[in-house]
Design a protein around this ligand. Structure first.
Ligand code: BES
Ligand code: MN
Ligand code: ZN
Length: 499
């Protein structure tokens, strides 16, 4: 789909479809009123007959409306005017595209960005319109022998602006929305790939090809390199796998190299069987999504490279499978991490923290401003926060505030959990510096406590995306989260630097 922005009047559009909003209790928006006027109350008479009451999520398609130059007019219900908010705006855009995709219209002009949304400007509305509409056309059917036959007619989307608008700001918002949408799509594609295709080697190749198309530098460390660095913890997870582990490093320098970078570390377990502490068979296929943290790092880097964001960002991805095998790590094994700390592995299914800890130690060499790790780390996080919010744990209060702000703006929720020292006791081992599990209680927190022992040298936040990275059931598929949150966080950071 192609997007553009245009100043113009709703009633003067030569388009296959003009989209305007109607608030609840039959209140026309400004754009709807403009069309109503030249059509001799055509719209208001339909609305007054009760066919379009303005209820949230409702749509009504009208053909050949008198006196208009367009083939169709789509009325979209926006709900109560004084309750119109960011969520309802996004829902309205979603409903719009659901309706548009059912028509044969090849282009459409939307007049939906003019209705005020509390605390959100036009730039936000434009980029969200792009993101939500791109989401509406996402499919993952490349591996079906016949692709979805229902052809999509819609090719061109114009975001119409009735009031004179700063076109530079609007264009920038459009480009940002597109960049984020591309990042989300890449993250979804990688997540949805089957684990026999999306191996650590495949992820490394993806990183190399991203580096070619964007302004990125890539380095791939092999198992022998990791051995030399003393990454005994990461390598202990890879022992049971026939697929070689990779440590993937991507560097994006949008500013002078003298400025400290932000490091993103993404868990890249391309399949998690649990290892010797084998998982039950039910839904084990979904453990192909255990690399969604890694995919979100690649997606975020693509997005910021696309928009040429003036900021320095490093991506570090420890990638491996977690498999049972004669050579696999056993419960009770003790390994030495790159940091020198020893770990008693009591459960081989708590492998995410074992690969992240060495990647987090490796991050120290960048003298980072901030480190954020993203991981499908604990089933306990799904119990705590469900599929709505990602878990957020950090050693820095201000960083939590910044991430919460970005999550609000991007409609990609995260919510804090405490990281008090009281929880550290649960990781005590009689034989090593720590155990890799802390019992059933507060599983998400003790996992973060484990990581916190490797992040003492910098400001750090951990996002547990176990409940948000993908959907199960009929709608099974990767969500692309938390690319919107991370990208927004970096946009805000870059803006602060400039001012
Ligand atoms: N990848 C899983 C976490 C997970 C499980 C995410 C289910 C989403 C849905 C992780 O490696 C894992 O197995 N964690 C264990 C930790 C436990 C052994 C302490 C868990 O959550 O059960
Ligand atoms: Mn596991
Ligand atoms: Zn895992």
């Amino acid at each position: 789909m192609k997007f553009s922005i245009k100043n113009g009047k709703p009633e003067m559009q030569k388009s296959a479809c003009v989209v305007v909003g109607v608030f609840e209790s039959r209140q026309l928006t400004e754009a709807a009123r403009a069309i109503d006027k030249i059509t001799g109350d055509y719209i208001s008479s339909i609305v007054n007959h009760g066919d379009m009451e303005g209820k949230e999520g409702s749509t009504l398609l009208l053909h050949r409306v008198p006196n208009t130059l367009c083939e169709r007019v789509l009325l979209v219900g926006l709900g109560k005017r004084d309750e119109f908010c960011d969520k309802k705006y996004r829902d309205a855009i979603r409903a719009t595209f659901e309706a548009l995709h059912k028509t044969a219209a090849s282009d459409a002009v939307l007049f939906l960005t003019e209705n005020p949304v509390e605390n959100r400007d036009v730039a936000w509305k434009i980029s969200q319109a792009v993101i939500v509409s791109m989401e509406s056309i996402y499919r993952s059917d490349q591996l079906k022998s016949t692709q979805d036959k229902t052809k999509r007619c819609l090719q061109k989307i114009v975001l119409g602006q009735e009031n004179q608008l700063n076109l530079v700001t609007a264009e920038k918002a459009l480009q940002q929305g597109l960049a984020i949408a591309h990042g989300i799509n890449l993250t979804k594609d990688l997540g949805n790939l089957p684990p026999n295709i999306c191996t650590p080697t495949y992820l490394a190749k993806q990183a190399l090809s991203l580096a070619k198309t964007h302004k990125l530098k890539t380095k791939i460390l092999e198992e022998k390199d990791m051995g030399k660095l003393g990454m005994g913890s990461l390598l202990s997870v890879a022992r049971g796998s026939r697929q070689p582990a990779k440590l993937i490093i991507l560097e994006y320098w949008g500013r002078s190299k003298k400025e400290k970078p932000i490091v993103l570390v993404g868990k890249g377990v391309t399949f998690d069987t649990g290892g010797i502490s084998l998982k039950p068979a039910t839904e084990m296929d979904e453990m192909k999504y255990d690399m969604c943290g890694a995919a979100s790092v690649l997606g975020t880097l693509t997005a910021i490279a696309h928009m040429k964001l003036p900021i320095n960002v490093i991506g570090i991805i420890p990638a491996t499978e977690n498999m049972p095998d004669g050579n696999a790590t056993k419960p009770g094994d003790i390994v030495t991490s790159m940091s020198g700390q020893t770990i008693e592995i009591l459960n081989t299914d708590a492998e995410g923290r074992l690969i992240l800890c060495d990647a987090l130690t490796y991050a120290e060499r960048y003298e980072p401003e901030i480190v954020i790790d993203i991981a499908t780390l604990t089933g306990a996080c799904v119990i705590a926060l469900g599929h709505i919010a990602s878990g957020l744990l950090s050693n820095d209060e201000n960083l939590v505030k910044e991430l919460l702000y970005a999550s609000e703006l991007s409609a990609d929720r995260a919510w804090p959990l405490p990281l008090w020292n009281d929880y550290q006791e649960q990781l005590k081992s009689n034989f090593a510096d720590m155990a890799n599990i802390g019992g059933r209680a507060a599983g998400t927190i003790t996992a973060a406590c484990f990581l916190s022992r490797f992040t003492k040298k910098y400001r750090w936040a951990h996002l547990d995306i176990a409940g948000t990275a993908w959907k199960s059931g009929k709608e099974k598929g990767a969500t692309g989260r938390p690319v919107p949150l991370l990208t927004q966080f970096l946009i805000e950071r870059a803006a602060k630097k400039r001012s």
